[in-house]
Design a binder for this molecule. Structure first.
Ligand code: COA
Length: 407
């Protein structure tokens, strides 16, 4: 999507941390640690001087109350001057994609030449909130004029006020969880349990292949824990080489225990991880001596009624992105499709994914978009494919699509 001034935006490089299942190898890391790690390694690997960077933009879906602007914390890495502005955003599971398009727009407009855009999520470290009544009592107690007054206020606390509140992966507008939506889509679109399990197996098989031959591993920054004795993590840990259709068939459905078909195997797991992508104007890439992997040709975002099929909006975003790119489905050489659930993929699907997706690799909500843009760009370069498509479904009934081009 060049600006009116003809400025094209290049994807120059991308990296990510390993994606690991929540509560496992990265459970001690905060989202900000993961984001800073990915940001710093992107600079290291590309040998880019931090002074060249005009802006930093990061996506995060479940932010910490203590670090609400994670993007700014990345731009405060010692490798950057302190004067680089930065912000964070939330477009649910397409947040890193949104960070990348925000960067594209600023560069295309001529407001910036070099931007780092990415995303992060630590689902091992979600904020646990106090109940509203407890919060009100604590505020009231803090305003009490005497110790007796304070004790009297505290006496109002009931055991149920102490029950912590944690964010649910559910639609605020309908109360339906992502998993329930995936169930609904399986039923309404007649997608069988077997078809979902087959897709999940495909995801694991392709992701395992991409890991074994080094294509996926090349995008990963090994995680060196700062905690003494902490783990060194070099790979994603959700990809299973030990699974089979028979084993998957034994699992009980999670979101509709009686009549359902969505299981732990055909859903993406709750995941920790971060990604970072380096974008430059075509001209800046040439001047600074970087060879672009791909260029952004177009993008589009669509939304549907969350009460309908929550994860179906990509089917509207994709045709718009193709139309804006001035190309047709048949012109695409590669497609990277975010896999929230196999039933959603098979509902969305009119194509194929490149290297196994989020079901196997994992899905740290805010970070997935950076992984997908990096993987597709690298693979388009490897296969010398002219046009590639990205499709991502997101909470709120939203869908994101982007067309990348090689030349
Ligand atoms: C589906 C979900 C609830 C499962 O969580 P979980 O129960 O903690 O999942 P686990 O990884 O522990 O797997 C459960 C069991 O299935 C097994 N399993 C999982 N994947 C498997 C596979 N591919 N093959 C065989 N067995 C598998 C596990 O080994 C485990 O078995 P065990 O109980 O004997 O140890 C959780 O991953 C989830 O909420 N996912 C959806 C996330 C979401 O909503 N994302 C938003 C998308 S937009």
């Amino acid at each position: 999507m060049p600006g009116l001034n003809g400025r094209r935006v290049a994807i120059v490089a991308g990296v990510r941390t390993p994606f690991t299942k929540a509560g496992t190898l990265l459970k001690d890391a905060r989202a900000v640690d993961l984001a800073r790690y990915a940001g710093r390694e992107l600079l290291e690997r590309t040998n880019l001087d931090g002074h060249e960077v005009d802006e930093v933009i990061f996506g995060q879906v479940v932010p910490s109350a203590l670090v609400p602007n994670v993007g700014r914390e990345v731009s405060l890495l010692p490798q950057f001057p302190k004067e680089i502005p930065a912000y964070s955003l939330n477009r649910a599971c397409a947040s890193a994609n949104q960070a990348i398009t925000a960067a594209q727009d600023q560069i295309a407009l001529g407001n910036a030449n070099v931007i780092i855009a990415g995303g992060t999520e630590a689902l091992s470290d979600i904020p646990i909130l106090a109940s509203r009544r407890l919060a009100d009592i604590l505020v009231e107690a803090s305003k009490a004029k005497s110790l007796a007054g304070r004790i009297k206020t505290f006496a109002k606390i009931r055991p149920r006020d102490l029950v912590p509140v944690s964010p649910a992966i559910a639609e605020p507008s309908t109360g339906e969880s992502m998993g329930q939506s995936a169930e609904k889509m399986a039923k309404e679109n007649h997608i069988s349990r077997e078809a979902q399990d087959r897709w999940a197996l495909r995801s694991h098989t392709l992701a395992a292949k991409g890991t074994a031959d080094g294509r996926l591993t090349a995008e990963i920054v090994p995680w060196l824990s700062t905690r003494p004795g902490g783990p060194i993590v070099q790979q994603d840990n959700g990809i299973r080489t030990d699974t089979s259709l028979e084993q998957m068939a034994k699992l009980k459905p999670v979101f509709d225990r009686r009549y359902g078909s969505v299981t732990a195997a055909n859903s993406s797991p709750l995941t920790d991880g971060a990604s970072a992508v380096l974008l430059m104007s075509e001209e800046a890439a040439r001047t600074l001596g970087y060879e672009p992997l791909t260029f952004i040709r177009s993008y589009a975002v669509a939304a549907v009624d969350p009460g309908w099929q929550l994860l179906q909006a990509p089917i509207f975003a994709v045709p718009t992105a193709l139309e804006r790119a001035g190309i047709q489905w048949k012109d695409l050489g590669l497609i990277e499709l975010h896999e929230a659930f196999a039933s959603q993929v098979l509902s969305n699907l009119q194509g194929f994914a490149v290297m196994g997706g989020s079901i196997a690799i994992g899905h740290p909500f805010g970070a997935t978009g950076g992984r997908i843009v990096t993987t597709l760009s690298n693979e388009m370069k490897r296969r010398d494919v002219q046009f590639g498509l990205i499709s991502v479904c997101a909470q709120g009934g939203m869908g994101f699509a982007m067309v990348l081009e090689r030349r």
